[in-house]
Design a protein around this ligand. Structure first.
Ligand SMILES: [Fe+2]
Ligand SMILES: [Fe+2]
Length: 694
């Protein structure tokens, strides 16, 4: 049903097509205003631009409120602004239809256009004066309104706040559904081409009076250019992002990275929704079939990668994959159409081996939905022993097509340069690199009234020298490399060098001091044997240690048994941090140690060598030559252990240490802070036309 101007101006409307959500007559509490609206109706919207007066007036209200919200002593003459906005184009009604429509002709010269525009302004002034006089407005008010009407289309610059808001509101008509489609029809252009032309125009400095007007215009153009509709004036226009992963809200590395991207995107002005499988915390969309921890998904992944199989043959396996994929796809399509995202982020969906059906589901939905996307591959199936051997040709073909797929509009990212090189050589896909990042704008982690009790809670002496291992306890973290070093540091030969001296951080070393190993992370169930093995190792070497996990959680809390600390409460007590990982995708805890301004003992794992070391960090290096010994535990040669102990003493005592730690901090800040993540997010949107200006 098409709405009439009367519906729009006086109806109890909000959803009538062609109307905005504002009831015009309620905007000013004055009977003359209602009479003026009625009187002006025959002269409104005469350029086949139904709804123009009402829309421009609504925009004027929205912009006025936003202007007041940002400028403390803002004063806007609401009455003058709204009357001028409502009447600004009534002059067109006094000009012949032929001349009115001439304005849209492509062969119109600049001077002809000026003449026409000036004519509608002059006619508007005359007619507005007459109508306002008829309902009893004062001469002063009429003059103020007419000053705005005269020149609203032709003036260079802005006379006043009211003039600025009116001109902005008039331009925002071009980015409403009605205004945009009217222009498209007249010009015979496609949505994306016309949006591109308007974008270039709107980016010029002198086009808008208020920065917020430009921001709104650009956001709306993003949608309009994709052939999508926009909300009436006043709605929340923030662009939307959907982040997809098998599960969200956990504490694994991928979930943590998702959280950081969400924080940065929200700061950039996006509204973010999360999509995940069951068991997700804080997901806006849950797709049951996205769970990889079911018999169905496990059976598929085992069968697809050469493990034990419940399927008779290739056909049965392919049928099961397609069936599961179809169920995931239905959920993905429903989420896409409900949230209607402007940008889609995907994590591990197209790289992992444990749910290959999901890769096909997302590929098909993305191909149809056709929105800019960024997929980040944290782990590839070919890097994992249990996934690296596809079971048959059908699986090989499936992986080549979907894991990962090539989709127009979707960019790829990996977390280190080795993975990028690998992906390029296997698939020809050129991926961006998103290293781990940390929020460098937070307060430094220091000892305070709360965490001062941590030492007492674990029966530790403040005389002791603490080496902190902040990672989870997993075999690939190489934690067993540290106890032999601590054992040697606790011999009289080394302790003697420290006794009676102050360390770089001011700690005084006494006769009673010794090195103690603090382990803050939790052990996964499958790592329990490993944990027991190196506990025995520590015991046999006589290394003092504490597992802090019983009192560490994501956030501080006070429980009956006592205080719960965050991981960040442990760093201020550390004199050194150990990071002996044999393998890492990047190095989150390395950055944390650098942020905490602690000297770090590092094993040079492959990605450390390729992506971190070249930046120039100063560390105590464990080298890269550890060997697997008994019980599958890694060992270092005695020479290396001695060199490391000597270097540790040097770091602890040197006057230059604070300066070197500061240099490390600055390096990480420029390479791994949220500023850098923000920059990367922007770059990753370069293919999303318009996103970069939001
Ligand atoms: Fe106009
Ligand atoms: Fe206008």
């Amino acid at each position: 049903m098409k709405s009439t101007p009367e519906d729009c101006f006086f109806g109890e409307k909000s959803l009538i097509s062609g109307c905005t959500t504002m009831n015009m007559k309620l905007l000013l509490n004055d009977p003359r205003w209602e009479s003026l609206i009625k009187l002006s109706l025959p002269y409104q919207d005469s350029r086949r631009d139904s709804g123009h007066a009402e829309t421009v007036t609504s925009w004027a209200v929205v912009l006025m409120e936003e202007y007041k919200a940002i400028s403390e002593d803002a004063s806007v003459d609401k009455e003058v602004l709204l009357i001028a906005a409502f009447l600004h184009d009534i002059g067109w009604s006094q000009i012949s239809e032929e001349a009115r429509l001439r304005l849209f002709d492509s062969d119109l010269s600049a001077s002809e256009e000026d003449t026409l525009r000036l004519a509608h302004e002059k006619q508007g002034v005359e007619l507005a004066g007459k109508l306002m006089g008829m309902v009893g407005y004062s001469k002063k008010l009429i003059d103020s309104v007419c000053t705005l009407i005269l020149g609203h289309d032709t003036r260079e610059g802005f006379l006043s706040v009211e003039d600025g808001i009116l001109q902005d509101a008039d331009k925002l008509w071009m980015v409403t559904d009605a205004g945009f489609s009217a222009d498209l029809m007249r010009r015979g252009l496609s949505s994306s081409v016309w949006a591109g032309i308007l974008r270039t125009r709107f980016l010029k400095d002198d086009i808008f009076y208020l920065p917020v007007s430009r921001k709104r215009a650009l956001r709306r153009l993003l949608r309009l250019g994709q052939g999508r509709s926009v909300l009436p004036p006043g709605g929340d226009e923030s662009p939307r992002v959907l982040i997809c992963h098998y599960r969200v809200g956990w504490t694994d590395g991928v979930s943590l990275e998702i959280e950081k991207r969400q924080a940065v995107l929200e700061e950039m002005g996006f509204r973010v929704a999360l999509l995940g499988g069951p068991g997700s915390t804080g997901a806006d969309y849950v797709i049951p079939a996205l769970d990889f921890d079911t018999d169905e998904a496990r059976n598929i992944s085992r069968s697809a990668f050469g493990g034990e199989s419940d399927f008779e043959n290739e056909e049965e396996l392919s049928e099961a994959v397609l069936n599961l994929s179809d169920r995931v796809e239905a959920g993905v399509r429903a989420a896409f159409s409900d949230w209607d995202p402007d940008f889609i982020l995907l994590h591990n969906i197209f790289s992992h081996g444990r749910h290959i059906a999901a890769a096909r589901a997302f590929t098909r939905a993305l191909e149809d939905f056709n929105r800019p996307a960024l997929t980040t591959h944290h782990d590839f199936y070919w890097e994992r022993d249990d996934f690296k051997n596809p079971a048959n040709q059908w699986v090989e073909g499936f992986l080549a097509k979907y894991v990962p797929p090539v989709i127009p509009g979707m960019r790829h990212a990996v977390i280190n340069s080795l993975a990028a090189r690998n992906l390029l050589s296997r698939t020809g896909i050129d991926a961006m690199i998103f290293p781990d990042t940390l929020d460098f704008s937070v307060e430094p982690w220091v000892q305070d009234d709360y965490n001062n009790q941590l030492l007492k809670d674990f029966d530790l002496s403040s005389d002791d020298i603490f080496i902190l291992q902040a990672t989870r306890i997993v075999r690939r973290k190489g934690i067993e490399l540290i106890p032999p070093i601590i054992s040697k540091l606790n011999t009289p030969e080394y302790l003697r060098q420290l006794i009676g001296k102050r360390l770089y951080n001011g700690k005084f070393v006494t006769e009673k001091s010794k090195f103690v190993f603090l382990l803050a992370g939790y052990a996964e169930l499958e790592a329990e044997t490993y944990r027991q093995d190196f506990i025995r190792e520590m015991e046999s070497l006589g290394v003092p240690y504490r597992f802090l996990r019983t009192r560490i959680a994501a956030e501080r809390a006070t429980q009956e048994e006592g205080k719960i600390y965050s991981l960040f409460d442990t760093y201020p007590h550390a004199d050194l941090v150990s990071y002996p990982s044999i393998y890492e995708g990047w190095g989150n805890q390395f950055i944390e140690a650098v942020f905490a301004r602690c000297p770090v003992i590092v094993y040079e794992y492959p990605v450390y060598k390729s992506d971190i070391k070249p930046k120039g960090y100063q560390v105590v290096s464990l080298g890269d030559s550890a060997l697997l010994g008994e019980k599958n535990l890694y060992t270092l040669s005695e020479d290396i252990i001695t060199r490391v102990c000597d270097e540790v003493i040097g770091w602890l005592l040197s006057e230059e240490t604070p300066c070197r730690l500061e240099e490390n901090f600055e390096l990480a800040k420029s390479n791994n802070s949220y500023d850098y993540l923000r920059e990367l997010m922007r770059r990753s949107m370069a293919h999303c036309e318009g996103c970069e200006n939001l």
